[in-house]
Design a protein around this ligand. Structure first.
Ligand code: HEM
Length: 283
């Protein structure tokens, strides 16, 4: 909810008084509930911490930091919740929306859905669930997941960055400190980089013999440079595991009585497909 109602350029970021209006108050309340929940989880970890049994990233932070002072590399204990909040905020909505886009787009491109299912059937079968080592063996599925991320990138705009020095770019002067928004959607749909960018064509990511994927330079759904998404590997694993396991068992369709879904999406902090109903038909 918070992610779908706020955008990276929300006016509230410039006019903080707006947090006191009913709309933003309710968003703030929901964020507050998330924060209390995470603080509770960190407190529980502190109370049950055992250096011989490191359970997760919160324990790693607790192990590293035995006081309240942070350094450039380490979070002070009092701010561990904040680090976890950032991972949740950046990792949950993005990944779940990418999976939703995948399901929605495959209903609109049933031939792609069928081809991906065929590849899973041929190489894995219906008995054993797909697992990560299968990734390299399923090039068409991998190419489809890439095309889903190109066609409807959930991270349309990267979070605002600022120029660290005065910069000249194509005749424009960007002064140090100027906020900069990078439009990833434009890069992923630019006719300069993609043939028929408005068409959904997984094959664009396949080598000529169809046996492996190829990654064009302009394929940057996770951003670029030193602030590239730190969750890229995790997100790619999640996308692969969710989508292959779902496609192995179900065929997705829009219910006959429903209108054709609007594929433009809804732009908040992330680009989401909005609400739609789905039939998951057992295969
Ligand atoms: C499909 C899923 C995801 C997409 C499309 C995505 C996309 C992005 C993009 C475009 C950026 C900005 C990069 C830039 O400024 O150049 C970003 C940053 C970030 N992402 Fe992701 N992300 C995804 C999943 C995740 C996950 C699962 C996590 C963590 C568990 C995560 C954590 C982060 C963090 C912490 C940043 C900020 C990095 C920084 O500012 O240095 N993301 N992500």
């Amino acid at each position: 909810m918070v992610m779908s109602k706020l955008s990276v350029s929300s006016v509230v970021l410039k006019i903080p008084k707006l947090w006191f209006t009913p709309f933003y108050k309710s968003l703030k309340k929901q964020t507050g509930e998330c924060i209390s929940f995470l603080r509770g989880v960190v407190e529980h970890h502190k109370a049950t911490f055992d250096s011989n049994d490191i359970r997760d990233i919160i324990d790693v932070h607790l192990q590293d930091n035995d006081d309240e002072c942070g350094t450039e590399e380490k979070l002070p204990r009092s701010l561990i919740w904040r680090g976890i909040f950032d991972l949740f905020a950046a990792g949950t909505d993005t990944t779940s929306n990418a999976i939703l886009w995948g399901i929605l787009l495959l209903t609109q491109y049933p031939n792609v859905q069928e081809k991906a299912q065929q590849e899973i059937d041929d190489l894995i079968g219906r008995e054993r669930p797909p697992s990560l080592p299968d990734r390299l063996r399923l090039p068409y599925v991998a190419a489809t997941l890439m095309e889903i991320q190109r066609f409807r990138p959930v991270g349309c705009f990267v979070p605002p960055r600022a120029a660290s020095v005065d910069t000249e770019l194509r005749g424009y002067t960007i002064l140090k400190g100027t906020p900069v928004w990078v439009n990833l959607y434009a890069v992923l749909h630019s006719p300069k980089h993609w043939k028929d960018p408005e068409e959904f064509i997984p094959e664009r990511f396949l080598s000529a013999d169809g046996k492996r994927t190829e990654t064009p330079e302009a394929f940057i759904p996770f951003g670029l440079g030193s602030r590239i998404c730190i969750g890229e590997q995790l997100a790619r694993m999640e996308l692969f595991l969710f989508m292959t396991n779902l496609l192995q068992r179900f065929t997705f369709k829009i219910p006959k009585e429903d209108p054709k879904p609007n594929l433009a999406g809804e732009l908040g902090i992330t680009l989401s497909p909005g609400r739609f109903r789905i039939c998951a038909v057992n295969r």
